[in-house]
Write a protein that binds this ligand. Structure first.
Ligand code: NAD
Length: 260
């Protein structure tokens, strides 16, 4: 695939104008973001055409809690990929900044992100408006006790030569504070996200295949609660049939023109 696939000029046609008008009139916007909004910051997605899992299906094991807890080799691989991850030093891009503009206009109800990279907060969103529904890679937690520490502390241990660092309090298994496949979401976060989907007058979904549940279920929930749905992604999603406007193209090009 062409590495600049999403860089092409978006077609600013009738759907774009419809989406712009819908956003202009909306007063309570819920934004739902996925990995696609962060690819312009150098962080690959999983399922996109150039995604990590598309290129290496084995990599999916690193995000599965059963493999992680039972196999030290998977944990070593997961820690290595964490240290080498481009996400560690990444910065927000035009797509993230365009969403901050919605908050500055006073119309952002809640931003629900499936991303674990912390870039929405770095771009300037108020922390209390953001729900990191799949957790965060900026912290590490123990799977057996309440120990929680910043990722930098563990990266220092990894850089000093440890390959599968254990909990300094109880000796338990450490893991980034992300929600892997097989782990439950935090119930309060999901309840808050569902309430937001029911209260909004427009849901804007950006950079997600909308195929991971229960998060993808926020789209039909908002729709059935009367909200308009706008989807921005580089390729079709599982929820396009519910949308009032669907825009295909590069997020960094499309979003600023929608939210300004
Ligand atoms: P996904 O990988 O399933 O889908 C991403 C979508 O974004 C794809 O359809 C892809 O074509 C599109 N896309 C990528 N770059 C784009 C661009 N510049 N412009 C337009 N479209 C673009 O992502 P998902 O649905 O969010 O699910 C992946 C899961 O993996 C999430 O749950 C998330 O927790 C995790 N994840 C997070 C990060 C991150 O934090 N940045 C990165 C990878 C995966």
């Amino acid at each position: 695939m062409d590495a600049n696939r999403y860089d092409q000029e978006p077609a600013l046609g009738a759907s774009h104008e419809r989406a712009r008008i819908l956003l202009h009139h909306a007063r309570r916007v819920v934004v739902l973001t996925g990995a696609g909004i962060s690819t312009d910051s150098g962080i690959p997605d999983f399922r996109g055409p150039e995604g990590l899992w598309t290129r290496d299906p084995e990599a999916e094991k690193l995000s599965d809690i059963c493999y992680y807890l039972s196999d030290p080799e998977i944990r070593k691989k997961a820690w290595r990929s964490r240290v080498e991850s481009p996400a560690m030093g990444s910065q927000p891009n035009a797509g993230h900044h365009a969403l901050v503009a919605l908050e500055q206009r006073g119309v952002l109800h809640t931003l629900v992100t499936q991303n674990i990279d912390g870039l929405h907060q770095l771009a300037g969103h108020a922390t209390e408006r953001v729900i990191e529904i799949h957790g965060t890679m900026r912290f590490v937690r123990c799977m057996s006790c309440s120990y929680r520490v910043s990722m930098e502390v563990v990266v220092e241990r990894l850089n000093a030569g440890e390959t599968d660092p254990d909990c300094p309090v109880c000796g338990g298994i450490l893991k980034s504070a992300t929600i892997s496949f097989g782990q439950n979401l935090v119930a309060q976060d999901l309840a808050r996200a569902e309430r937001a989907a029911q209260e909004c007058d427009l849901l804007l979904a950006v950079g997600s295949t909308l195929s991971v549940y229960p998060v993808a279920g926020l789209v039909p929930l908002a729709k059935h609660s009367g909200a308009k749905i706008v989807i921005v992604n580089g390729e079709p999603t599982a929820m396009d049939s519910l949308a009032d406007a669907v825009l295909y193209g590069g997020i960094g090009d499309l979003l600023p023109s929608l939210t300004a």
